[in-house]
Design a protein. Structure first.
Length: 190
């Protein structure tokens, strides 16, 4: 609920073409600390969060889960398609420019997609029979990937901080809603 509400509030502000002082300050801070040696790493992280990477990774995940007869396998294509529809529609409705003044900045689709895909992998780690160390190690690596992809979008001046935060909030809300809708396993009372 919190992620969904944060996403809606940020979308309304972005629709009004509102930029936060923090957006400009973050971009200026990162520009002052920019190092040419980091550019290739940032481009690689951005590439990992693109549809060119996430769609084949999602297909591979679907095939692996289907091969293992995982009950959630049949929902992976729907999850990917639904995420695309949500962020594409949001970009079209909000139509806020990016830092370089090209269109469709809010939300950051790379961040949204990374949260949905890698967050989905975190869910799979924690619902599988893996040991505690494997679950935690995998979770840390996947969270670092999500944060790295989000940071790369700001570093490369492709998005404002609020676009990235919106992508993270929207991706989290979408993923949680999706998982609650499709995971029919009984959960312990809590």
């Amino acid at each position: 609920m919190v992620s969904g509400l944060a996403y809606l509030v940020l979308a309304v502000l972005a629709f009004g073409q509102h930029f936060f002082d923090l957006d400009h300050a973050t971009l200026a801070l990162i520009a002052s600390a920019r190092d040419p040696r980091l550019k290739s790493l940032m481009e690689a992280l951005t590439g990992l969060g693109s549809g060119w990477a996430l769609i084949p990774l999602s297909l591979a995940t679907f095939l692996l889960l289907r091969h293992r007869a995982h009950p959630i396998a049949k929902f992976v294509p729907l999850m990917v398609l639904g995420a695309y529809v949500v962020f594409a529609l949001s970009k079209w409705v909000v139509s806020r420019p990016r830092p370089r003044m090209s269109g469709y900045g809010f939300p950051s689709a790379h961040t949204f997609g990374a949260v949905v895909f890698f967050g989905g992998l975190i869910y799979l780690l924690w619902t599988s029979g893996l040991g505690r160390v494997s679950r935690w190690s995998g979770t840390v690596v996947l969270v670092i990937l999500i944060v790295g992809i989000a940071f790369s979008r700001i570093y490369l001046r492709s998005h404002w901080l609020s676009d990235v935060v919106g992508g993270a909030a929207g991706g989290t809300a979408y993923l949680l809603f999706f998982l609650l809708a499709v995971d029919r396993r009984p959960h312990p009372p809590g």
